[in-house]
Ligand binder design. Structure first.
Ligand SMILES: [Fe+2]
Length: 368
């Protein structure tokens, strides 16, 4: 059964966060979930916009939130019984807010039991305000939580926020962050396009977001406002695409590599994309999709074109570009492969990738 889910409403306009109070006119008891950094930068603006509305701010969200921290926050806040949760932040804040929405709706539920097959209904308004242009978690059904030493990737369609507010004036000015988050969204689109669960709906969103990011990332890194508006919207389009399709081999390789060498997510998954495109081209349907993207981008060769784009924005094309020695890389290659083989994203890849395939791609990606 094919299903496509996305928010009921998407506001997209620069500075629209200044109208947050107006957008929330029906909400009587609001819980704002954010982190200390965001509150520091944007707190005054958010407070001004909310005016005399009845709200409480919770800013104690840690990166990659733990189940324990969510249970503690719920125990602290449950008396409040909010009718609206507004998540303002990046992926971790979204994960935290979605988990809190579950707890307010099902106080006795163990968050570890969340899965796509639960018939859940969230009994409050869940609103997302992303502050980076990349994760897509403002429109996705997934959450990543820490449970002791384990990372849990959980999801349910009830967790897709009802409303998302896209205001690129909230996004960082740092070139590095704009690049790595933009590259992450670029890879989300390619993976959504090639995933064996893709549909016409997800293809359309993926193709358009690839085009927007390809044409605007450099300008966005230079903080051109129009480019940043477009990047912000395209990250959400990519989020809707992969949330309803999947991410695949580049994410499996990138997760393992990023965790082993402490490289940011967007940079890691971006690095492996050209080699994954090469590998997945053996599938006829996927190859046709790549050819279509090649035409949309006006390229003679998709892989060469992506590598040129990477050089233009400063995204590494090879592992050696990250100052990782060949000796160290080779010594860890079996570990990289075994971690990637365990990654659930592999299930969505259009071509079955075994141990030897992963090893070959990792070796090729080092660069000579
Ligand atoms: Fe990603």
């Amino acid at each position: 059964m094919s299903l496509f889910t996305f928010p009921r409403q998407i506001y997209f306009q620069r500075d629209i966060v200044d109208s947050l109070g107006e957008i929330l006119s029906d909400s009587l008891n609001i819980l704002i979930i954010t982190d200390k950094n965001i509150l520091n930068i944007h707190g005054e603006r958010i407070r001004k916009s909310l005016g005399s509305k009845n709200y409480r701010v919770y800013d104690n969200v840690e990166p990659e939130p733990s189940i324990l921290s969510i249970e503690n926050a719920f125990n602290e806040l449950k008396i409040m019984e909010p009718d609206t949760i507004v998540a303002i932040g990046g992926g971790s804040v979204m994960d935290f807010a979605k988990s809190m929405a579950i707890k307010f709706s099902y106080p006795d539920m163990d968050l570890r039991d969340i899965n796509p097959f639960n018939r859940l209904l969230i009994n409050l308004k869940l609103i997302s305000v992303p502050t980076t242009s990349g994760t897509g978690s403002d429109v996705s059904f997934g959450i990543v939580l820490t449970d002791g030493p384990r990372k849990l990737a959980l999801g349910n369609y009830a967790l897709v926020p009802m409303l998302t507010i896209l205001d690129s004036s909230l996004t960082p000015y740092s070139k590095e962050i704009v690049r790595s988050t933009g590259i992450d969204a670029f890879v989300h689109s390619f993976e959504a396009l090639s995933a064996n669960t893709s549909t016409i709906l997800t293809d359309a969103l993926a193709e358009k977001s690839i085009e927007i990011i390809f044409k605007n990332l450099k300008k966005g890194m230079e903080n051109e406002e129009n480019a940043k508006d477009l990047l912000h919207l395209s990250a959400t389009m990519a989020g809707m695409a992969f949330s309803n399709s999947g991410t695949a081999l580049a994410h499996a390789l990138g997760h393992s590599f990023g965790a082993t060498f402490h490289i940011t997510h967007g940079t890691s998954v971006g690095l492996f994309l050209p080699y994954v495109i090469d590998f997945n081209s053996q599938d006829m349907t996927t190859n046709e999709k790549y050819k279509k993207v090649e035409r949309i981008l006006g390229l003679e060769n998709l892989i060469d074109g992506i590598k040129n784009f990477y050089r233009d924005v400063g995204q590494p094309c090879y592992v050696k570009d990250l100052n990782i020695s060949k000796k160290e890389y080779i010594s860890k290659i079996d570990e990289l492969v075994s971690k990637a083989l365990m990654d659930s994203e592999l299930a969505f890849n259009p071509v079955i990738a075994g141990e030897d395939d992963l090893k070959n791609i990792y070796l090729k990606a080092y660069g000579d």
